[in-house]
Design a protein around this ligand. Structure first.
Ligand SMILES: [Zn+2]
Length: 433
C-alpha cells in the first residue's frame, strides 16, 4: 500500500506545473531564463515560494546569508527533515536545474497539507543561495553558509561576473547579515537533522539513454585537478632535429593522455568509479607554429571519482607516468597547483528508503553516481545523512534547452513524498556532534 492516494499526489502535480510556469515566465531572458544569485530573478523565486506555501501553516525564516527555511511542523518537532536545493541559474540557463528540487519540496509540503496529515518530523524546504559558481567563483556558497562553515574571506570577495561588488554588499542589499555569515551563524542544529534530500535534474544523458525516469544517487564524485599543468621541452626545427635529440612537449603530452586513458579503462574494469578529462591541451601560439617541434604545452586535468582511494591511486599513477614519460622523452612535466573536492557518500538507509518508495509507487529507477557537484555534497561531508533523487532530463543543464518531462517530475515527487511519509521509527538516528 502506498502512503498517498492519486488525488493527494494530484495536488502536488498541479502546483508543480503552476510553479515551473510562473518561474519561467518571470525570469525569462531569451534564450532561456536568468535567475542571478543575490539578484532579481532569485529574489522573485524566493518570494514566489514564500507566497505559495503561506496557506500550508508553515514557519518561514531566513539565515544570515539569506538561505530560506520554510518549515511545515511535524508530529515530532524535536527533529527535522530538510528537502533542499537552489533556485539561481546560470545566465540564459534552463528552468529546471535547482528549481526542480525546491519545487519537489514545496509540492511535498502541499501534499501533506492537502491530505490533512503532519509529516513525521518538521519538514523544512531549504532554498539555498548562489549555487551556480558563475556569479561568485565559489562552490557551495549557499550550503556552506547555511551550515555556518563558509570561509569568512569569501564574504568580502568580489563578484567579477557583472556588478564588481562584494558578496557582503550583495547580502546587505537584500537585507541579510554578512557579519553573521563570517561568524558562522546557522539555523541548522545538526543533531536535529534526520535527513537531507535533494531532487535534481540529471545533467548527463544516462537516464535518457536507458529510458528510466528517476535515479537514486549513491554518491557525488569528488575530484583532483591540475588546472595549470605544463610540459616543458625544447623548440626545434621539425625537419632537422633527429628523433633521439628531440624534447617534444607535444608528443610527450599525447603519450601522457593516451596512457591515462588506458589507466581509466583498467580502473573501470576493476569495478571502480572514475572519469579522466584532459582539456586546454595547447601550445603557445606566440612561440609555436608549423615546422617547429613544440617546446611547451599547457594542459589541464580533471579527475573525478566517488571513491577517495581511487582518486589517491590515480593521482599517484599520473605523477608516476609524468616522470616516466618525461625521462623517456627528455621533457619535464610540471603539474602545478593541485585542487579538488572530497567525494560525498549518500547515506545507505536513506537510499534504501528511496528505493522502497520507488518500488511501492511502481516507479522504475536506476541506482547511480552523480558526476556533477551539488549542495548535497556539503551536507554529506558534514556528517548529515544525505540522499539525492535524479530526474531524467534531456540536453544536459546550464543551457536553455534543459528538458525535463513533467511526468518524470511527478515520478520523482511520488518517490520523495512516499519516503517522507515513512513512520518515525524507520528513520536513521541523527548525528550527535
Ligand atoms: Zn543545480
Amino acid at each position: 500500500m502506498t502512503a498517498w492516494s492519486a488525488n493527494d499526489l494530484k495536488v502536488g502535480q498541479m502546483l508543480a506545473r503552476q510553479l515551473f510556469e510562473t518561474l519561467e515566465r518571470e525570469s525569462a531572458d531569451p534564450p532561456g531564463v536568468t535567475r542571478k544569485a543575490y539578484g532579481e530573478g532569485e529574489r522573485m523565486a524566493y518570494d514566489l515560494m514564500i507566497k505559495e506555501t503561506e496557506s500550508f501553516g508553515v514557519e518561514v525564516e531566513h539565515d544570515a546569508a539569506g538561505n530560506l527555511f520554510i518549515t511545515l511542523p511535524g508530529e515530532d518537532r524535536s527533529r527535522q527533515i530538510l528537502v533542499a536545493s537552489h533556485i539561481d541559474t546560470v545566465g540564459h540557463g534552463g528552468n529546471y536545474d535547482g528549481a526542480a528540487g525546491v519545487i519537489a519540496g514545496v509540492c511535498a509540503q502541499a501534499i501533506f497539507h492537502a491530505a490533512g496529515r503532519k509529516p513525521p518530523f518538521d519538514l523544512t524546504v531549504l532554498i539555498m543561495r548562489a549555487e551556480e559558481s558563475c556569479w561568485f567563483p565559489y562552490s557551495y556558497l549557499g550550503s556552506k553558509s547555511a551550515l555556518g562553515i563558509l570561509d569568512p574571506s569569501v564574504v568580502d570577495s568580489l563578484r567579477r561576473s557583472d556588478t564588481g561588488r562584494t558578496l557582503a554588499e550583495h547580502m546587505r542589499e537584500e537585507g541579510f547579515d554578512p557579519e553573521g555569515v563570517k561568524k558562522g551563524a546557522s539555523l541548522i542544529k545538526r543533531d536535529r537533522v534526520v535527513a537531507y534530500f535533494e531532487a535534481h535534474i540529471e545533467q548527463a544523458p544516462v537516464l535518457v539513454n536507458e529510458n528510466i525516469p528517476v535515479g537514486i544517487v549513491t554518491g557525488i564524485r569528488g575530484s583532483f585537478r591540475y588546472r595549470t599543468a605544463k610540459c616543458l621541452g625544447a623548440y626545434a626545427h621539425s625537419g632537422a632535429m633527429p628523433r633521439e635529440y628531440r624534447k617534444d612537449a607535444s608528443a610527450a603530452t599525447g603519450e601522457l593522455i593516451y596512457r591515462m586513458d588506458g589507466l581509466w579503462e583498467d580502473i573501470l574494469a576493476e569495478g571502480r568509479d572514475l572519469t579522466v578529462t584532459f582539456g586546454e591541451v595547447m601550445t603557445n601560439p606566440e612561440q609555436h607554429g608549423f615546422s617547429k617541434v613544440a617546446g611547451e604545452m599547457h594542459i589541464c586535468v580533471d579527475v573525478r571519482s566517488q571513491e577517495r582511494e581511487t582518486l589517491d591511486i590515480v593521482r599517484e599513477r599520473l605523477q608516476g607516468l609524468a616522470e616516466e614519460i618525461g625521462a623517456k622523452r627528455n621533457v619535464r612535466f610540471e603539474l602545478g597547483e593541485l585542487t579538488g573536492s572530497t567525494p560525498a557518500i549518500m547515506a545507505k538507509p536513506l537510499q534504501e528508503m528511496l528505493t522502497s518508495a520507488a518500488e511501492a509507487t511502481g516507479t522504475s529507477y536506476k541506482v547511480m553516481a552523480s558526476g556533477a557537484g551539488h549542495d548535497a555534497a556539503t551536507f554529506a561531508n558534514e556528517g548529515i545523512p544525505t540522499a539525492m533523487i535524479f530526474i531524467r532530463n534531456e540536453n544536459g543543464s546550464h543551457n536553455p534547452d534543459e528538458a525535463m518531462d513533467m511526468e518524470d517530475f511527478d515520478h520523482a515527487l511520488a518517490v520523495l513524498a512516499e519516503a517522507l511519509a515513512t513512520s518515525p521509527d524507520q528513520w536513521p538516528q541523527p548525528t550527535t556532534s
